[in-house]
Design a protein around this ligand. Structure first.
Ligand code: ADP
Ligand code: MG
Length: 182
């Protein structure tokens, strides 16, 4: 078996989870053994489901640390990881180990935080991946291609779980305009 790493990166509402679910469902159709993991802190929806903003879902296992994925993923053909930006840097080693063992690893996550800075282990994952797909949302201000997650809420914490009440997808000019108003 040959393993590799695929990364699906982009802003909020760009369809990362949708794309992850699509790839995993196709692997399931091919009768491959599939497991999905997400960081335990992401509890916006149901505890055990990876849920997309378009409301499709797939069962997942919440884990505290990337190392737990190594133990739980033994015997899997394909491992999906959602919201990867919330894990620490050890996720890079874990993904490499899985791929080296012959596992297909599909990682989805935010490439930038709400200030436009690279988010957690995502840049390193994009560097070591064989395949990187960048997906985009639609700017809520002007309808152009949106690569940024603009925070409407006042908090300055890097991690603020939320939905359309706290964030909106914006293109570069509309993101910059919004940051200057803050
Ligand atoms: P992600 O995991 O990247 O946050 P999801 O897969 O959860 O994205 O959700 C993508 C879906 O979000 C789209 O199919 C669409 O229905 C919805 N959506 C809501 N707001 C937007 C927006 N501004 N641009 C694009 N899609 C949006
Ligand atoms: Mg998502």
């Amino acid at each position: 078996h040959r393993g590799w790493i695929e990364v699906v990166a982009g802003s909020m509402f760009s369809g990362k989870t949708e794309e992850l679910i699509r790839r995993l469902n196709r692997a399931k159709i091919a009768r491959q053994r599939v497991e999905i993991f997400k960081p335990a802190l992401d509890t916006r929806y149901h505890e055990h489901d990876v849920v997309s903003h378009n409301a499709t879902s797939i069962r997942s296992t919440p884990v505290q640390l990337p190392e737990e994925i190594l133990l739980l993923a033994s015997g899997c053909d394909v491992v999906g990881i959602d919201e990867a930006q919330f894990f620490d840097h050890s996720l890079v080693d874990v993904c490499n180990q899985l791929a080296n063992q012959g596992t297909r690893v599909i990682v989805a996550g935010l490439d930038m935080d709400y200030t436009g800075k690279p988010f957690g282990p995502m840049p390193a994952l994009m560097a070591v991946a064989e395949f990187v797909t960048k997906v985009n949302a639609v700017c809520v201000c002007c309808g152009e291609v949106a690569a940024y997650s603009f925070r409407i809420a006042a908090s300055e914490a890097q991690v603020l779980l939320g939905e359309t009440d706290s964030y909106e997808a914006r293109c570069r000019p509309c993101f910059q305009a919004g940051m200057q108003e803050k």
